[in-house]
Design a protein around this ligand. Structure first.
Ligand SMILES: Cc1cc2nc3c(=O)[nH]c(=O)nc-3n(C[C@H](O)[C@H](O)[C@H](O)COP(=O)(O)OP(=O)(O)OC[C@H]3O[C@@H](n4cnc5c(N)ncnc54)[C@H](O)[C@@H]3O)c2cc1C
Length: 354
């Protein structure tokens, strides 16, 4: 029996399982899925979990149940590419083929105190801790959110709706929010924040975090709690693999999404060096291609000379319960429609995976 081992039950590996089970997986193969959590966590909703607007059960999806799938729940502590063994504490799991989809964690850019004194929304456990800490804040407390990318914006707006009694400061590195996208989109988001009393601090450069203090350029901001949403990097175990990585420490893969020096190992999602910003959607379309490659190899057929380009469609973000913003197929969409699209995407995802 051959063993296909999937590390991480995130968006990438969930999609892969959907594509190869039940019919494509050869009869002499079994799958072992390893994750620290006993369910697939909807990471795209962690901002709502932290803000207290989505209950824990709404961000969980069961892993697929199939006699071909074994599950191991625990912390992956080592990946030995030469001997083809994954360690989960004392448990050893051998593989013939491996897919690494372990996602990412916060990147603190060497800012002193950032790791020690800020909260995170990058794992379900951390998002829960953040939620608890926010719940315990008294009225009139100030929350600082460092980083006004998609997750920082969604967290700030959701928090505003869940806690109207606190001050929210969103520290944005750029001159305007989401500078890589049309000004119309930035203006819409900024207007929402102005209307809902979220202070956006532009041109921010956080140089240090102390308990209760954020050092931004020459200023010191008094804060009761800080959430860090200012950058991501692949999880440590992947950053430490003895393979080539790009400047963001993402693993360089060939066009078939394999590590060039270990062609039986695929990298999916946020851990892979791809020509687009990491996203759940990108992880899924990449997983589709990995499934195609695997199917051809299992059938002893040649791989295409050139794989099709990965083409992400854009992104959709929420501004609380009723408003949203999106950039889809190079078009800006704002307001209620964008929010409906976001809710629809989530509903469909749960419908097809639940
Ligand atoms: C707040 C927020 C909002 C977002 N919104 C969007 C959005 O609207 N649209 C979009 O496309 N993307 C969005 N993203 C990005 C998206 O969530 C990620 O790109 C996506 O989750 C990456 O998928 P993945 O398969 O690489 O890994 P993940 O989905 O992150 O899954 C990784 C899995 O690995 C497991 N794991 C990690 N390390 C270990 C270990 N050592 N041992 C055992 N298990 C481990 C984790 O438990 C997890 O199940 C958002 C991200 C955040 C944080």
């Amino acid at each position: 029996m051959k063993s296909l081992v999937l590390l991480g039950g995130g968006y990438g590996n969930m999609r892969l399982m959907k594509e190869i089970i039940p019919s494509a997986l050869p009869s002499d193969y079994s799958i072992t899925l390893i994750d620290r959590m006993p369910f697939h966590s909807l990471k795209t909703e962690f901002y709502a979990l932290a803000a207290g607007t989505a209950p824990d059960k709404d961000i969980r999806v069961q892993f697929p149940k199939n006699t071909k799938i074994n599950t191991v729940y625990g912390e992956i502590t080592d990946i030995d590419l030469d001997n083809q063994i994954v360690s989960v504490g004392d448990t050893r799991v051998d593989y013939d083929e491996l897919v690494i989809g372990l996602g990412c964690e916060d990147k603190y850019h060497n800012v002193p105190g950032a790791k020690e004194y800020t909260y995170s929304i990058q794992t379900v456990q951390n998002a829960r801790k953040t939620y608890q800490a926010i719940c315990d804040l008294p009225s009139n407390a100030t929350i600082g959110i460092v980083g006004a990318g998609l997750s920082g914006i969604e967290l700030a707006s959701e928090l505003r709706e869940s806690r109207q009694d606190i001050k929210i400061k969103l520290f944005d590195r750029g001159e305007r929010i989401l500078p890589a996208f049309p000004e119309k989109l930035s203006n819409y988001v900024k207007k929402w924040f102005d209307k809902h009393d979220v202070e956006v601090v532009p041109k921010s450069n956080i140089t240090k975090v102390d308990p209760g203090k954020l050092h931004n350029n020459e200023d010191i901001h008094e804060v009761d709690l800080v959430v860090w949403t200012a950058g991501i990097q692949p999880v440590e175990i992947v950053r430490n693999l003895p393979v080539d990585t790009n400047d963001s420490r993402r693993v360089i893969v060939n066009q078939y999404h394999q590590i060039p020096t270990y062609k039986n190992v695929y990298i999916v999602g946020d851990c892979a060096a791809l020509p687009h910003a990491p996203s759940a959607y990108l992880a899924e379309i990449q997983a589709d291609q990995i499934a195609e490659v695997m199917k051809l190899q299992w059938a002893n057929k040649p791989l295409p000379e050139k794989m099709p380009e990965l083409k992400p469609q854009g992104f959709v973000g929420s501004l609380g319960e009723k408003q949203g913003f999106a950039y889809l197929m190079e078009q800006t969409v704002t307001g209620r429609l964008a929010r409906v699209i976001k809710s629809g995407v989530l509903w469909l995802y749960k419908y097809h995976n639940g």
